[in-house]
Design a binder for this molecule. Structure first.
Ligand code: BES
Ligand code: MN
Ligand code: MN
Length: 461
């Protein structure tokens, strides 16, 4: 019944998503503040239409949260759905084949049924919106097996800093049995998977200052420290020849994966060759002693995200720059504390700076890693739901990305999360030409009601 409703309304579901994707809700850039607000309004209206008991836009110190709920029976389990309506900036805009906020549907090799191209298509508007439509389908076919609460935020892409206070303040309102999130991915459309852990994040910006002004690189070069050369040296020294991070204490708290777990993980299908081909690289690179998948999921990392300084315009200008800057991220694994890692980084980075320059380290937002158990009732329900919709039992996999609020849900609300995502790594989230497969969008809408069904049944028994 629910499936039939989905079939009959699939075109409308898609056109509603297109409308949502037209709103440029870029949380990082104040220029889009009105669009962010309009997106919250849009969602509030969609929630009202589908017949929730209550829907509200709740202000925070930053962008608002959209909250909705439907309590059908207090004795039934309650699913708290989390998602985010904010998106990453679209830059570099010139690399998009079509404008980022004018969604279009195109077929690709991986998505022969078509995919919707727009910023936020997969991360997370497309995935979040599946929950509204799945809920609508359940409600309209009288098959809502659990109470539902929705918390859709507008600041995930900037670190969810206000959401932490929000969930503490609204703890009672958010009371539930489990949290359900679609903001991750599956291995492939024919290899369903459930994310069993996320990495944390520590993000810093550094500045290296040398002489008090830019200098003629002929008159001064060789005698005065060049901040860019120094910054490059300092960054290079943060990893040794085995790509092991050299910051003292960096690995102290790392919860190592057992060999058993690693063996289990290695069973998930992965082709090194296909991976390289998709990225047009000759070979992968990373920490010695770990596989490509392990490097990208269960190991902590340190990466420069951006670096600038000196002359970068047309032609050659001979200059010895006064300053150099970089933005550096460290992905963290379970049990590493972002605040502690940021402090270790700062101390170490300052200590390796030569006296010829001044160094400052400015911490940005961070996020804690998360682990979601795979032996819980909740996981079982998710696994059964996917098995039913994909016709194949999903495998648990750790993901390399971060969703800072997940660990807060556990700390503040005492609730476990199920990461039931449907995106693909190749969907280009955060990149130009982000897209989301129509197959994935509809598969999500089909799977979510099955989760509610199996979860209610398991809780009852
Ligand atoms: N949805 C992503 C995280 C993600 C994507 C996890 C795919 C697993 C698979 C989320 O929106 C995101 O981009 N998070 C940021 C962290 C945040 C603090 C900016 C990230 O991982 O960089
Ligand atoms: Mn996301
Ligand atoms: Mn994101």
């Amino acid at each position: 019944m629910t499936n039939q409703y989905i079939q009959e309304n699939k075109e409308r579901f898609l056109s509603e998503l297109m409308d949502l994707l037209k709103l440029p809700s870029v949380s990082a850039d104040p220029k889009f503040d009105d669009d962010v607000k309009a997106t919250a309004e849009f969602l509030k209206n969609r929630f009202s239409e589908i017949g929730v008991d209550r829907v509200e836009i709740i202000q925070t110190k930053g962008h608002p949260v959209v909250y909705a709920e439907k309590i059908i029976d207090p004795n039934l389990p309650t699913v708290l759905v989390y998602g985010h309506y904010d998106v990453q900036p679209a830059d570099p805009i010139e690399l998009w084949d079509s404008p980022p906020f004018e969604p279009v549907i195109k077929k690709t090799e991986i998505h022969p049924e078509g995919a919707i191209f727009a910023r936020g298509a997969c991360d997370d508007k497309g995935q979040m919106y599946m929950h509204l439509k799945a809920y609508e389908a359940m409600l309209k076919t009288d098959s809502l097996h659990c109470n539902a609460k929705f918390i859709i935020e507008g600041e995930e892409e900037v670190g969810s800093e206000n959401l932490e206070t929000f969930i503490a303040e609204y703890k009672d309102m958010l009371d539930a049995d489990v949290i359900l999130v679609s903001d991750t991915g599956i291995i492939a459309n024919d290899v369903p998977s459930i994310t069993s852990g996320l990495r944390g994040l520590s993000y810093v910006e550094v500045e290296v200052v040398g002489p008090n002004r830019d200098l003629h690189s002929g008159l001064y070069g060789g005698a005065v420290a060049n901040p860019i050369n120094i910054l490059a040296d300092m960054i290079a020294s943060l990893q040794d020849e085995n790509k092991h991070i050299t910051i003292p204490g960096f690995y102290d708290d790392v919860l190592e994966c057992s060999n058993e777990e690693r063996t289990e993980m290695a069973k998930a299908p992965f082709s090194e060759q296909a991976y390289c081909e998709a990225l047009d690289i000759a070979e992968t690179d990373g920490e010695k002693g770990f596989s490509t998948r392990e490097r990208a999921t269960i190991r902590p990392t340190l990466d420069v995200n951006g670096i600038w300084g000196g002359y970068t315009g047309e032609g050659a200008k001979t200059v010895l720059p006064s300053k150099a800057n970089a933005k550096i991220s460290m992905r963290l694994v379970p049990n590493q504390d972002p605040h502690k890692i940021t402090a270790l980084f700062q101390k170490h980075f300052e200590s390796i700076a030569p006296d010829s320059v001044k160094v400052t380290v400015m911490p940005h937002h961070g996020g804690e890693p998360a682990l979601t158990p795979i032996d819980s009732l909740e996981y079982k329900a998710a696994s059964l739901a996917m098995e039913e919709s994909f016709g194949k039992k999903p495998v648990p996999v750790r993901s390399g990305g971060s969703i800072p609020i997940i660990s807060m849900f556990e700390k503040v609300l005492g609730l476990k999360t199920i990461l039931l995502g449907f995106g693909l790594d190749s969907d280009a989230i955060h990149s130009p030409n982000e897209h989301y497969g129509l197959y994935n969008f509809y598969k999500g809408i089909e799977t979510i009601p099955l989760f509610y069904k199996h979860y209610a049944a398991i809780k009852k028994s």
